[in-house]
Design a protein around this ligand. Structure first.
Ligand SMILES: [Zn+2]
Length: 374
């Protein structure tokens, strides 16, 4: 289903958000209470690997709250057929709520089912690897795992339930990807606002969303390093809580109503390079932010560089792929990326040559740069 806002209106500003965002240690035990505010029956779409970690908690909580529950494990490809396949698995069952639990893909699979059946939606991120949980968007991939399409639900999720005890046990590498996805949002919102950029609501960015994207960045500069150290240990520290709020809530609101730019547009072309398709979205975005700064003629802020090095985020293509890259391959990346509308959200019109030259300059600089230890 398409968003009702399908025509760009230069006079229009739109701010979208989930109905409720709830974050805290052990909050998953209360999922039934939250669901009860939305409906009386639910289907849980959960990543097959995550399901054993959350199923019993969700089942017990739903039982206490009088919510009937069907469980659909999700694995495999997230493609144009996913919503229909999950709907077929439901058969004649008619739950009113989709609970989508897992990383980006399982959450997007749940969104696809909610879209197909016009159901209410509760997202339950189990890893802070991206900002999908708060947004109305979901992405689909082709059979080669290349990004195929971004679809839009009519509304943002009714609830976003973030149990930081679950997230603190998720792999550190996925937390690094989440940092990469979130750190770019301030620069992207600024670039969108500076030009004639358009947000995910096909409207001009709100001032509030830009402010949130800036708060996301500031929070991660202040807490990202300590939060990264805590990630994967199971310990929920104050910095971890702050960073999770920045990476899921602030980054989500910031991009959706503030707009995206070069870093996200590049994720369309970067997977054409050998090995990059297997790299998490957030690491591709992190490299995209390096290119974004280069195109603006700005140096990366020192505090941002420090966080990149600490969390092992890619500062050049050699950090994303071990294969030596030729100019012709960068032209392919640039051509695929320049077609993405976010690329127009920039203070000046960008060309394929601009992108290729920026990527080459970063590689040349990297070769000259002495190795820096974490
Ligand atoms: Zn992203």
């Amino acid at each position: 289903m398409n968003s009702p806002l399908t025509i760009f209106d230069a006079e229009l500003k739109v701010f979208g958000a989930p109905g409720r965002y709830v974050q805290g240690r052990g909050i998953l035990h209360r999922i039934g209470d939250f669901a009860h505010q939305v409906g009386r029956s639910a289907v849980l779409v959960a990543d097959v690997h995550i399901l054993p970690l959350v199923e019993q908690t969700i089942r017990s909580s739903c039982e206490r709250s009088g919510i009937s529950l069907i469980v659909l494990p999700f694995q495999g490809r997230l493609g144009p057929q996913t919503g229909g396949e999950l709907a077929a698995m439901l058969g004649a069952e008619t739950p009113s709520i989709v609970m989508a639990a897992g990383g980006g893909r399982a959450i997007d699979a749940g969104k696809a089912l909610a879209d197909t059946r016009s159901l209410r939606l509760i997202t339950i991120p189990t890893v802070a690897s991206n900002d999908a949980p708060t947004s109305k968007n979901y992405v689909l991939y082709d059979e080669h795992e290349m990004l195929l399409e971004v679809r839009h639900l009519a509304r943002n999720p009714d609830f976003v339930v973030v149990d930081t005890a679950v997230l603190a046990n998720a792999p550190k590498s996925m937390f690094a990807a989440g940092l990469g996805d979130a750190l770019s949002k301030k620069a992207e919102a600024l670039a969108c606002a500076a030009g004639r950029g358009v947000t995910m609501f096909r409207s001009r960015p709100t001032l509030l969303a830009g402010t949130i994207a800036a708060a996301c960045y500031d929070t991660l500069i202040a807490h990202g390093r300590a939060a990264y150290d805590a990630a994967g240990t199971g310990e929920v520290t104050g910095s971890f809580e702050a960073a999770v709020e920045a990476m899921i809530l602030m980054a989500g609101l910031g991009f959706e109503s503030g707009g995206l730019s070069v870093p996200h547009a590049l994720t369309r072309g970067l997977p054409l390079l050998p090995g990059v398709v297997a790299k998490p979205h957030g690491l591709q975005v992190a490299y995209g932010l390096v290119v974004h700064h280069r195109l603006l003629g700005e140096a990366m802020p020192a505090a941002l560089l420090d966080l990149y090095r600490h969390a092992g985020l890619p500062l050049c293509l050699s950090d994303l792929t071990s294969t030596r890259i030729e100019r012709s391959q960068l032209i392919d990346v640039a051509q695929a990326s320049i077609a993405v509308p976010h690329m127009l959200n920039f203070p000046r019109t960008l060309t394929v040559d601009d992108l290729v030259d920026a990527m080459l300059a970063i590689e040349a600089e990297t070769i000259r740069r002495p190795a820096v230890a974490n």
